[in-house]
Design a protein around this ligand. Structure first.
Ligand code: GDP
Length: 346
């Protein structure tokens, strides 16, 4: 079976070439996905991750075919600084969901995988239990040249997983960089994990990320940290009142949890279901997804325009030259952009 472990992300050039030359049968993949076949699902994700131009058309076709069968899930984003206990928590929460009879997919967006070509997340053996559970599907972060590219692949992977019958999609991001915004714009509900003690500044949590959270979990609330965790929970509850109210009228919940011992998982799941019921009832669930699709349409236009732009002969050179001029204040960024676009259109 393909891609059951993060080690699969190894950059073996031979494997890469092999992958580039794999042939894909779209109809076969489509049928396999609808039957919930993990092997076909994995292969389909490899297809959408492929950089081979020949694969792009098949990928588009497959996603369009799967789209009418997608959507019936709760997409949950999970963030927090490295070490806060995300993977341990996902292992615990995921196992709980499976026990309830829910099929779960765990996807990851890791910005380091495109910068260093190696993943912060991928190097650890993570989620041992889930990685062998039949009702779980784990896929590490796709590699890509840009966060936009990585995010697109993850969004398309969500569609494939939903078409394959996964009812909960857990999307994890490392709490560094821009990836939280990307994840936030593809999920229904956003969880932020924090540690007991220490203000958000101490924990390196930016206000913007606090504002995105629908549920805050003070994690590692176990052993001698229980009292501190309860205090931290109260502090954050108070701090949450100072943030602007949510458009969907959801009041952010602050809970304590211990991914390690499975404490607080029941309560969390109750809140997730409450959130789902609340946003379904006031129609903000559908509205949010519609807004996200519209956002990704614009993002895709920007990205595809930029790709077409830089691919045109001579554009890259002119861009580099003008970039140097802009940084030396020889020309304004606006004027430089105008020049570039003029050249592109001619
Ligand atoms: P991640 O980097 O956010 O994914 O964090 P990990 O799940 O890899 O956990 C980082 C470290 O914290 C590991 O040594 C875990 O064993 C430990 N850890 C994770 N969750 C808990 C928890 O709920 N309680 C305690 N005491 N330790 C935890």
């Amino acid at each position: 079976m393909e891609s059951k472990t993060p080690r699969d992300r190894s950059i073996n050039p031979k494997l890469k070439n092999l992958r580039r030359n794999i042939t894909f049968d779209v109809d076969q993949l489509y049928t396999g996905i609808l039957n919930g076949d993990i092997v076909h699902l994995s292969k389909a994700i490899t297809l959408i991750e492929s950089t081979n131009p020949k694969h792009k058309k098949s990928a588009r076709l497959l996603i369009d075919k799967c789209l009418p069968h997608a959507g019936d899930s709760i997409r949950i984003g999970i963030t927090g600084t490295p070490g806060v206990g995300k993977s341990t928590f996902i292992e615990s929460y995921g196992s709980f969901l499976i026990e309830q009879g829910t099929k779960i997919a765990v996807l990851t967006i890791d910005p380091s995988s495109q910068i260093s070509k190696g993943s912060i997340l991928g190097d650890k053996t993570r989620m041992d239990k889930l990685s062998i559970a039949e009702m779980a599907f784990i896929r590490p972060s796709p590699a890509g040249d840009s966060l936009g590219g990585v995010a697109r692949k993850t969004r398309e992977t969500i569609i494939l997983c939903e078409a394959a019958g996964f009812k909960r999609i857990l999307i994890e991001t490392v709490g560094v960089g821009q990836s939280e915004t990307a994840v936030h714009s593809m999920v229904d509900i956003f969880l932020l994990l924090l540690l007991p003690g220490g203000g958000d500044e101490l924990q390196g949590i930016k206000r913007g990320i606090m504002e995105m959270a629908d549920i805050v979990l003070v994690n590692k609330a176990d052993d001698d940290r229980i009292k501190l965790a309860k205090q931290t929970k109260r502090d954050y509850k108070n701090a949450m009142h100072l943030l602007p109210p949510k458009e969907n009228n959801w009041i952010v919940k602050v809970l304590t949890s211990s991914g390690l011992h499975g404490a607080g998982i029941n309560e969390l799941e109750a809140e997730v279901q409450d959130f789902h019921a609340h946003t379904k009832a006031n129609d903000s669930f559908a509205k949010n997804r519609a807004q996200q699709s519209s956002y990704w349409l614009e993002e895709s236009i920007n990205q595809q325009l930029l790709e077409t732009f830089t691919a045109k002969e001579g554009m890259e050179e002119l861009l580099n030259k003008l970039r140097a001029d802009v940084t030396e204040n020889k020309i304004s960024p606006f004027h430089a952009a105008e020049k570039l676009i003029q050249k592109f259109l001619n």
